[in-house]
Design a protein around this ligand. Structure first.
Ligand code: GUN
Ligand code: ZN
Length: 430
C-alpha cells in the first residue's frame, strides 16, 4: 500500500552553490508519496491527496520532511571515544583511536558498537553513512550486517595499515590488505543497499607497496569508491613528506599509486597546494568537509567558498569520533561557522544541500538518495522546527522558510528529529 506523508517539504532541483538558493523547493503544505521503498511523487498536499485517495496518510503537520541526512565520512569504531580530550591528530590517533580500534579484534565487540552506532545516527536523522572500519575483516562484516538488518543504504571498507607507524596489533600487509579487501568487496558490494569502499587509512600508515596494491584493486574494481585522508593537519603533511621524500605533495602519494580518480573520497583536504587543488578538480575527486572534527582536533579551516566556486565535488561529514557529534545539524552549524571564519556566509540552502544531496553526490549516489524526487529511495527525516524553547522562540518570528530553518540548523540536535523513514518504512518515531 502507498503511503502519503504530509508536512512542509524541502527538496532541490539543482545545486544551490551553482544555481543559488532558488535551487531549493519548499512546499509549506507538501506531500511525499512512497511505495515499494521509493518516492513516487512529491508536490502540494491537496493535489496528491486527490490523486491518491487510497494511500495511507501520515500527517506531520508543520514538521519539515527532507531527504534523510547523508554522512560522507565516519569511523564507526570510534563511537565510544568521541569527545576525548586534549590531543591533536597524531597524538589523538595514538592515545585514543588505535587502542580502541584494537578492541575490534573481537567480533562481538564490533557487532555491539555497530548496533550502537546505527542507533545513534538514526536518532540524529542520518540514513546513510560512509564508514571506515578497522584492520579486522570482522569489523566490516559487523557494520554491513547491522546496516543490512535495518534496511539501510550504507558504505564501508576495511581500513588498511601495514606500516610500522601503526601499532603491531593494528597492522596488516600489502598482500593481506589486498586479499581481505577483495574478499570483502566480493562478499558485500552491491548486496541489498550496501557498497564496498576501498580504504587505505592514509599515506603515513601505509607502505608504498600497500598503496600500490590497493590502487591495483581499485583499477580492477572501478565500480567501487575509494576513501582516504588528505592534508588534515600541518604536522601530518610534514610527516608525509618525510615518509615519501620523492612525492611532489601529499596528493602525489596517492596519485603515483593509482589512488587518485573520480570516485576517490578525500577526507578533510584543508591545507592543499595549488597543484593538489587543480588535480582534484581535473579528476573530479570528492572533497569531504568534516567541520566539527577540524575544529575539535585543531586541524584548520576548509575553504568551502573557494572550492565550491571552482566547481569541486564537495560533501559534508561528521568524522565520528574525531568529529564531536553524530548530528548533521550540528555539522551544518560547524560548516557555517568555519566558512564565516573564512569570510563566506553559507546560505541555509547550501548547508542543507551539503548534508543531503551534496553528500550523496560526493558518494556518487545522488541518483538514489539525498533528495525528495520521484524514483529516489524513500529515506526521510522529519524535523520539528521548534524542538527546544530557544529554537521555538527564534522560529516564531520567521517570515521565510530559511528563517524558520536556520535556528534548527544552528541549535538543533536529536531532539529535533521527530521521525525517520528508511526504505519507505518508519524506522523511528511514528
Ligand atoms: N587520519 C588518519 N586516520 C584518521 C582518523 O581516524 N581520524 C581523523 N580525523 N583523521 C585521520
Ligand atoms: Zn577520518
Amino acid at each position: 500500500m502507498a503511503d502519503l506523508i504530509l508536512g512542509q517539504t524541502l527538496s532541490f532541483t539543482a545545486d544551490p552553490f551553482a544555481a543559488g538558493p532558488g535551487a531549493a523547493r519548499h512546499e509549506s503544505h507538501g506531500a511525499v508519496l512512497v511505495e515499494g521503498g521509493l518516492i513516487r511523487a512529491t508536490g502540494p498536499a491537496d493535489a496528491l491527496r486527490k490523486a491518491h485517495p487510497q494511500a495511507r496518510v501520515t500527517d506531520y503537520g508543520r514538521a519539515l520532511i527532507s531527504a534523510g541526512f547523508v554522512d560522507a565520512h565516519v569511523h564507526y569504531p570510534q563511537t565510544a571515544i568521541i569527545a576525548s580530550w586534549g590531543k591533536r591528530l597524531i597524538d589523538w590517533l595514538n592515545t585514543y583511536t588505535f587502542p580502541e580500534e584494537m578492541r575490534f579484534a573481537d567480533p562481538a565487540y564490533a557487532a555491539a558498537v555497530a548496533a550502537r552506532y546505527f542507533d545513534l545516527t538514526l536518532a540524529n536523522g542520518t540514513t546513510t553513512a560512509c564508514s571506515y572500519t578497522t584492520i579486522h575483516p570482522a569489523s566490516v562484516d559487523a557494520f554491513f550486517a547491522e546496516a543490512q538488518a535495518r534496511g539501510l543504504r550504507a558504505l564501508a571498507g576495511k581500513t588498511c595499515m601495514d606500516r610500522d607507524t601503526a601499532p603491531a596489533r593494528l597492522r596488516d600487509t600489502a598482500q593481506s590488505a589486498y586479499d581481505d579487501s577483495r574478499a570483502l568487496l566480493e562478499k558485500w558490494h552491491g548486496v541489498d543497499r550496501l557498497s564496498y569502499v576501498i580504504t587505505p587509512r592514509f599515506s603515513p600508515t601505509s607502505t608504498p607497496d600497500q598503496l600500490a596494491a590497493l590502487g591495483a584493486l581499485w583499477a580492477e574494481h572501478p565500480e567501487c569508491l575509494m576513501q582516504t585522508h588528505l592534508s588534515e593537519q600541518v604536522d601530518e603533511i610534514a610527516w608525509v613528506k618525510s615518509l615519501y621524500p620523492s612525492a611532489r605533495d601529499y596528493l602525489d602519494t596517492y596519485e603515483t599509486h593509482g589512488l587518485l580518480g573520480t570516485g576517490g573520497l578525500y577526507g578533510h583536504a584543508i591545507h592543499l597546494e595549488p597543484r593538489e587543488v587543480d588535480r582534484l578538480k581535473e579528476v573530479d575527486g570528492s572533497l569531504i568537509h568534516c567541520p566539527t572534527s577540524n575544529t575539535f582536533i585543531g586541524s584548520g579551516l576548509f575553504d568551502m567558498g573557494g572550492l565550491t566556486a571552482a566547481g569541486h565535488r564537495v560533501g559534508l561529514a561528521t568524522d565520528t569520533g574525531g568529529g564531536s557529534s553524530f548530528s548533521m545539524l550540528r555539522t551544518m552549524a560547524a560548516a557555517y561557522e568555519v566558512a564565516q571564519l573564512r569570510g563566506r556566509a553559507l546560505h541555509p540552502a547550501e548547508l542543507w544541500w551539503l548534508a543531503t544531496q551534496g553528500a550523496a553526490r560526493a558518494l556518487h549516489l545522488d541518483d538514489r538518495i539525498g533528495n525528495l524526487a520521484p524514483g529516489m529511495e524513500a529515506d526521510l527525516v522529519v524535523l520539528d522546527l521548534a524542538s527546544t524553547p530557544a529554537i521555538a522562540q527564534a522560529t516564531a518570528r520567521a517570515e521565510t522558510v530559511w528563517e524558520a530553518l536556520f535556528p534548527t540548523i544552528m541549535m538543533g540536535d536529536d531532539r529535533a528529529v521527530q521521525a525517520v523513514w528508511v526504505g519507505g518504512k518508519v524506522a523511528r518515531g511514528r
